[in-house]
Design a protein around this ligand. Structure first.
Ligand code: HEM
Length: 471
């Protein structure tokens, strides 16, 4: 294997075992931590073997920047992930490459914009949804509850209104079931062996394990999405799009005669799935983790509330323009995203051409793991990288201070397509909640453990209960 490594010009790394590669070593602790520890031995660019497949790991802000930003084109490919591959077959935005990816990504970005600045801005949609969420919260003031499903529902409704043209009532059993499928998939992929599901594509069907649940969940989601598309086909007026699906159907009509067209039935299903799943789980997990952090640090929540009171008051709903006038709140939200690193390993990239990185020659197709969490924990970039500390984003005068090493959405050409939407949602939901409610923990803040319940593709927070008190 070593010889193969050298022949392929791969950077050095820990010695792999036959077949399993470095898997056993990688499973010895939280994957992101193990990779960061390996980096202290092997440097910022090193190779690990995920079973029979080598992966080049980028660790630390500088390596990530040198690759993803300074060589944005070369690093803009998507590395394949077996569990997704089996479902997407390289279709949709997130798991395609080349011209198909570029076309679909630009189309989706355009459509998101269109439904943002069109009849009703996305900001207004989020504000309306936040007000529905507050209504649900109001009804359970004083009673301890797990906020997961309500947050999932609220966040998902925003992307649902863009993609499907409708929102779902809180507690709608059919919709809650779908949201549970998302959470289930995210959790399985974030479990100890979650990464292994991405390695052995040809074995996946044969080996038993929870990944079969991922496949069943995906299948159920596919049925739901296909039904939505079918309904759209029946009710739409051509060239009068109500939402993303209508836009896509219009484009399909337009390119009907083009045999090379990227706008096909299957592509619509996968692209819709990307937006629906991508638009729900990460954002909602971030908000949920953020609330848990506020329970642990009530003094931080109190400071956010004092700033909201002073700048907005308690009656007017927060809007996006307020963000610039709320430096402390803005710093807290950045710090939440930095501290939790909800996708610690980002999504894998693949090289679109041969390239040099540092002293290494890397071949086209090389699978790359951008270890985003390592930028967030980089001691050369943050004052207090290992703790939750909003001053990581504040200067000496208490003004908000941005930092290029903040990269929860990954930098470069392949960065998260929904970053703007996600940031708007996080800001508007979080401030709406704290403006109206105090959050109380059912246990003492000191005993709250912020360590993720599982870490893999994602960092999933431990389940918790909270009690709301109206302000
Ligand atoms: C806190 C919330 C979110 C986080 C932390 C997040 C993070 C990420 C990351 C790290 C990637 C991989 C980028 C790369 O290739 O390096 C990604 C991709 C993607 N995200 Fe997000 N995301 C969030 C919310 C959203 C939302 C709201 C949407 C819905 C519009 C979305 C849609 C996508 C899509 C479609 C991709 C694939 C992009 C591509 O391959 O070109 N994400 N996201």
């Amino acid at each position: 294997v070593r010889r193969a490594q050298m022949q392929r010009g791969l950077p050095p790394g820990p010695t792999p075992f036959p077949v399993l590669g470095n898997l056993l070593q990688l499973q010895s602790g939280h994957l992101d931590r193990v990779l960061m520890e390996l980096s202290s031995r092997w440097g910022p660019v090193f190779t690990v073997w995920l079973g029979p497949r080598p992966a080049v790991v980028l660790c630390g802000y500088t390596a990530l920047r040198d690759a993803l930003v300074l060589q944005a084109d070369a690093f803009s490919g998507r590395g394949s992930m077996a569990v997704f591959e089996r479902f997407t077959h390289g279709n949709g935005i997130a798991f395609s490459n080349g011209p198909r990816w570029r076309t679909l990504r630009n189309f989706a970005l355009g459509a998101l914009k269109e439904f943002g600045v069109g009849r009703r801005s996305i900001e207004e949609r989020i504000q309306e949804e936040a007000s529905c969420l507050l209504g649900e919260f109001q009804a359970i003031v004083g009673t301890p509850f797990d906020p997961r499903r309500l947050l999932d529902n609220a966040v998902s409704n925003v992307i649902c209104s863009v993609v499907f043209g409708k929102r779902y009532d809180y507690g709608d059993p059919e919709f809650l079931r779908l949201l549970d499928l998302f959470s289930d998939n995210f959790r399985i992929m974030s479990s100890k062996w979650g990464e292994a599901y991405n390695i052995f594509p040809s074995f996946l069907d044969w080996i038993p394990g929870p990944h079969h649940r991922i496949f069943r969940n995906f299948q159920e989601l596919r049925v739901f999405i296909s039904e939505q598309i079918q309904q759209h086909r029946q009710l739409r007026q051509a060239r009068e799009p109500r939402d993303f699906i209508d836009c896509f159907l219009d484009q399909m009509d337009e390119e009907q005669q083009d045999p090379e067209s990227h706008f096909q039935d299957e592509t619509l299903v996968m692209t819709t799935h990307n937006l629906f799943f991508g638009g729900t789980e990460t954002t909602s997990t971030t908000l949920r983790y953020g609330l848990l952090i506020m329970l642990k640090y009530p003094e931080v929540a109190a400071k956010v509330q004092a700033e909201l009171d002073a700048v907005i008051g308690r009656t007017r709903a927060p809007n996006l323009e307020d963000r610039a006038r709320l430096p402390y709140t803005n710093a807290v939200l950045h710090e939440i995203q930095r501290f939790i690193s909800v996708l610690p390993l980002g999504l894998p990239r693949a090289l679109t051409r041969d390239t040099h990185l540092r002293s290494h020659f890397l071949r086209k197709g090389t699978f790359v793991i951008p270890l985003l969490v390592s930028a967030h924990r980089d001691p050369t970039q943050f004052k207090d990288p290992d703790h939750f500390n909003p001053t990581n984003f504040l200067d000496d005068r208490g003004e908000f201070q941005n930092n290029d090493a903040f990269m929860p959405f990954a930098p470069g050409k392949r960065m998260c397509l929904g970053a703007g939407l996600a940031r708007s949602e996080i800001f508007l939901f979080f401030t709406a909640i704290l403006q109206k409610f105090c959050l109380l923990s059912t246990e003492s803040p000191a005993s709250i453990n912020l360590t993720p319940q599982c870490t893999g593709l994602g960092n999933v927070p431990p389940a918790f209960q909270l009690r709301l008190v109206a302000r």
